[in-house]
Design a protein around this ligand. Structure first.
Ligand SMILES: Cc1cc2nc3c(=O)[nH]c(=O)nc-3n(C[C@H](O)[C@H](O)[C@H](O)COP(=O)(O)O)c2cc1C
Ligand code: SF4
Length: 432
């Protein structure tokens, strides 16, 4: 039996859960009080010991990332809260901002303190206007209560928080695109290295962390790294918000321990598939993850390592469910269209490749398939983002991981549902 008790979303059903008095009543800002009496290095160590891994997509260990901030640099350090949440199928950060904004803000102050930052940003998706207005109030309230500003809670530590609204580009969720945008430029990702921890915002050391990652921090401080590590798989533990959408009876955000089975998420939490239809395929981690067939999905644990073994990824934990009625060629075209529209256009394989994918798939669904289209689709995806096989793959053909984010899902559609794609080819000329 699943005895897990929600951590991040424990109070979201309660009235006024977004307010400071409510948050304080349930123990809010006690972690901050504790942290301000600790050495910043000890805070980082606690987060390292917890094995918290980023919830934004890449799953990088949070404490390790903080540790990359140079100790000997005189430059200011920056913390950016990535609240751009644009990955299709992902809508958990929005919930956290709406229902538990002070939990996120407390996490920000903890992270900022640990890395020696005195100016921090919330980069919020432009479409989240309601959340932006709420965060404005929350930040003002925090200043008024000495939770932000000078000498926080009577300590020697000071921090300012600035809210910056994005303008609707998916690529500004990628951390270096985001930093460029924050600097007032076009949101074009940067070549790495240097990584932001060394040279980020205004060429200064910068940590970018996701809303959900930051929201975990007050709990790690209050309950300890050991408690956090005991939830789910040791290499990637903790509570996790899973967004379930698509062909399910009860779509929504569900908090579960890392490592929960995908079957439990789809059939228990999200109420299964409507009208008794059969499961066909699932995106386990947003539209940038390779899809799993029903057979692959049914046994899978939602864990960073296991999904890599399955040649997919946990990503943003945006689970998109497709039932037997979904036309996989149409669905693939839909995905390709999104990426072609959102490509920033800086690198040729991505800019040209995504446009080619859309042209080819459109021709295919309109009845103009050519005999070698499937080979061509493989070739284009390989040229954009390398092979899907992590052991053989050649990565890094593009400036940012957007290349892989389009190549892997598209390739997985063609590889795993090749028969459906072949039905669109001229039958007499099909070469098996
Ligand atoms: C194309 C693309 C879009 C991304 N969009 C987001 C996003 O909307 N929100 C987010 O937190 N991370 C996003 N990321 C991941 C960020 O680059 C970065 O890894 C993350 O914010 C780091 O935070 P974390 O370590 O707490 O996960 C995106 C990455 C790519 C390649
Ligand atoms: S991979 Fe695509 S989105 Fe990323 S920098 Fe290159 S063109 Fe832009």
């Amino acid at each position: 039996m699943n005895t897990f008790k929600p951590v991040l979303t424990e109070y979201i059903d309660q009235q006024d859960c977004h307010t400071l008095p409510f948050y304080k009543r349930v123990g809010g800002y006690t972690a901050l009080d504790k942290v301000l009496k600790m050495n910043p290095e000890d805070v980082t160590q606690e987060v390292k010991d917890s094995n918290l891994r980023g919830r934004g997509g890449a799953g990088f260990p949070t404490g390790v990332k903080w540790g990359f901030i140079p100790k000997d640099s005189n430059k200011p350090k920056y913390l950016i809260n990535n609240a751009d949440e644009s990955e299709p199928g992902t809508f958990k950060d929005r919930l956290l901002m709406n229902k538990a904004p002070h939990q996120m803000l407390e996490g920000m102050v903890i992270a900022a303190y640990a890395i020696g930052c005195h100016t921090s940003f919330i980069y919020i998706r432009g479409e989240f206007y309601k959340e932006y207005k709420l965060l404005e109030k929350v930040v003002t309230e925090a200043y008024e209560n000495n939770l932000l500003g000078d000498n926080i809670l009577g300590s020697n530590y000071s921090l300012d928080v600035v809210i910056h609204r994005g303008a609707g580009a998916y690529i500004c969720g990628e951390e270096t695109g985001l930093i460029e945008s924050l600097e007032g430029k076009r949101g074009w990702p940067r070549i790495k290295p240097p990584f932001p921890a060394i040279e980020g915002y205004l060429k200064s050391p910068t940590i970018v962390n996701n809303v959900e990652t930051l929201s975990c921090l007050p709990h790690i401080v209050n309950r300890g790294a050991g408690w956090f590590k005991s939830i789910g798989p040791e290499k990637g533990p903790g509570p996790r918000l899973f967004c379930i959408s698509g062909c399910v009876n009860n779509p929504g955000v569900f908090e579960e321990p890392m490592g929960v089975s995908l079957k439990e998420l789809i059939f228990d939490r999200a109420g299964g598939i409507p009208d008794g239809k059969q499961l066909k395929a699932v995106f386990p981690g947003g539209s940038s993850s390779a899809i799993l067939t029903a057979n692959e999905a049914i046994d899978v644990m939602m864990d960073f390592e296991e999904l890599v073994e399955k040649k997919s990824m946990l990503g943003s934990a945006g689970v998109i469910v497709m039932d037997e009625t979904v036309n996989m060629v149409q669905a693939c075209l839909n995905i390709a269209r999104f990426y072609a529209h959102e490509s920033c256009g800086q690198c040729t394989p991505c800019r040209e490749g995504t446009a080619w994918l859309v042209k080819m798939l459109t021709r295919l669904v309109n009845g103009g398939g050519k005999p070698n289209d499937i080979d061509m689709l493989f070739e284009i995806t390989d040229n954009i983002g390398g092979l899907i096989d992590f052991s053989k793959g050649s990565f890094g053909k593009t400036i940012c991981p957007f290349g892989e984010a389009v190549a892997w899902p598209v390739r997985s559609f063609v590889e795993k549902f090749k028969g459906e794609f072949m039905e669109y080819l001229p039958q007499e000329k099909v070469v098996a």
